[in-house]
Write a protein that binds this ligand. Structure first.
Ligand code: COA
Length: 210
């Protein structure tokens, strides 16, 4: 599978995380999967992907809310297309550590979605890897996710609770390993800790049950 960035630049709303470098501006061949930053005009396609992947409206509603939530900025919204068809989406939104203002840049990955007939071909992996690369280049230190403990560790995430990071709402102990973190700068782990504060649209207890 080829993955190519489209558009040459991923500035827009993501610019708040800093200037991005090294983004590939090649025009992709038609038979590849292309990943680029979703624009406002892409929103219907983004919501389509969310509905198809989850088979429900809830995640699409959450994404719609996050895309217009000032407290979620800066955010990174990446859309994957295959021959023009929207097939995958990932959203990273801003977070912070409570009682540690200005302590560095933090993001939450939520949600990640690939439409059913495109799953299992590396599109989810490509969305995560590109997202992490762009966040790293923009100076983000920590990325959190509440997700499947069988999926995210293969992308470098590890359980966050035992590293001293509490979720915005308590996670049931049986699901503790679903709350995960990845340090994009290794020296951050062991130095920073505390409770993560997420964007207002994510700040609802029912969203934090795995
Ligand atoms: C999870 C999801 C995004 C993965 O996207 P994808 O493009 O199929 O992922 P990839 O092709 O990169 O990786 C596929 C691998 O992940 C595994 N995988 C997929 N979902 C998984 C899960 N919930 N738990 C553990 N492993 C999972 C597959 O078994 C496959 O494993 P393999 O490589 O050993 O065969 C996609 O299945 C999806 O949209 N699911 C519905 C929505 C969802 O659950 N989103 C995640 C919210 S945390």
């Amino acid at each position: 599978m080829g993955v190519t960035l489209v558009g040459g630049s991923v500035m827009g709303p993501f610019a708040g995380w800093g200037r991005l470098r090294g983004v590939d501006a090649r025009q992709p061949p038609v038979d590849e999967v292309h990943i680029g930053e979703a624009s406002e005009a892409d929103t219907p396609d983004v919501l389509f992907v969310e509905r198809e992947a989850f088979g429900a409206q809830e995640e699409a509603d959450l994404v719609r809310a996050l895309l217009s939530d000032p407290s979620a900025e800066p955010r990174l919204s990446l859309l994957a297309r295959e021959r023009g068809r929207p097939v995958g989406h990932v959203l990273f939104t801003a977070a912070r550590l409570r009682d540690a203002p200005g302590s560095g840049s933090i993001a939450i990955l939520a949600p990640l979605a690939v439409v059913p007939d495109a799953q299992g071909r590396g599109i989810g992996t490509a969305l995560i890897e590109l997202g992490l690369q762009l966040l790293r280049e923009s100076g983000v230190d920590l990325v959190f996710v509440l997700g499947h403990p069988g999926y995210y560790p293969r992308h470098g995430f590890e359980p966050a609770g035992r590293l001293g990071f509490d979720a915005p709402f308590p996670i049931a102990s049986a699901d503790a390993d679903a709350w995960m973190v990845q340090a994009l700068r290794t020296e951050v782990i062991g130095v920073r800790r505390g409770q993560v504060v997420c964007a207002d649209s994510l700040n609802q207890p029912e969203l934090w049950r795995e």
